[in-house]
Write a protein that binds this ligand. Structure first.
Ligand code: ATP
Ligand code: MG
Length: 192
């Protein structure tokens, strides 16, 4: 399988669909949010730095993220393709990803964009707060994350469009998790 970049606002389902894709196609999975939460849990130096940004709904600085991403990517099994979940989140990260992959003779592959209305995202994240107790899933921080997404991450949509790899899936068209997974699979089956 080619590499896949799964893209969308907080709560859009990146992690959920990534898990389904990994199960079907047997590829690697890099969730930068999960990497950072593991660092925080293990109380590493990186974790200490990341905690302040995450609990404020802010992005971790690009240079730090780009470094983490390259190390995590190089630790993945070769040749199976990787799904990038939560990265890139800025234009600088996207440029760095493209360069990092090119240096290894690899490509970005395809971008899967998840579009979900903001009121639905908020409801999902508040529900997740009850189930998982993530420190950044409270109404105030969620609003900050939405603003960060709009200002810093959404501009990437045009960037991917220009790269010619953007494929959009709208919750409003198939407001059902299984149906979303089916349409994403139907597309990915044509990619290989
Ligand atoms: P969801 O996983 O439900 O779509 P999300 O996108 O907010 O929600 P994560 O991807 O887990 O959640 O990210 C959580 C936090 O980790 C972000 O708000 C940010 O602080 C930090 N983070 C994760 N990835 C990056 C990145 N690529 N660049 C900078 N910060 C990041
Ligand atoms: Mg996630």
């Amino acid at each position: 399988m080619k590499n896949i970049i799964i893209f969308g606002a907080p709560g859009s389902g990146k992690g959920t669909y990534s898990d389904a894709i990994v199960e079907r196609y047997g590829m690697g999975h890099i969730s930068t949010g999960d990497v950072l939460r593991a660092e925080i849990k293990n109380e590493t130096e990186l974790g200490k730095v990341a905690q302040g940004y995450i609990s404020n709904g802010q992005l971790i600085p690009d240079d730090l993220m780009i470094d983490i991403l390259a190390k995590t990517y190089d630790a993945q099994p070769a040749g199976k393709g990787v799904i990038f979940d939560g990265f890139p989140r800025t234009i600088a990260q996207a440029e760095a990803l493209k360069k990092m992959l090119a240096e290894r003779g690899h490509e970005m592959g395809v971008m899967v964009e998840l579009v979900v209305e903001e009121d639905i995202l908020m409801a999902r994240l508040l529900n997740r707060a009850k189930e998982q107790g993530r420190a950044d899933d409270n109404e105030e921080t969620i609003k900050k994350r939405f603003a960060v997404y709009q200002n810093q991450t959404a501009p990437l949509i045009d960037w991917f469009e220009r790269e010619g790899i953007r494929h959009t899936f709208r919750w409003a068209d198939t407001p059902n998790k299984e149906a979303m997974i089916e349409s994403i699979f139907a597309f990915l089956d044509t990619v290989k």
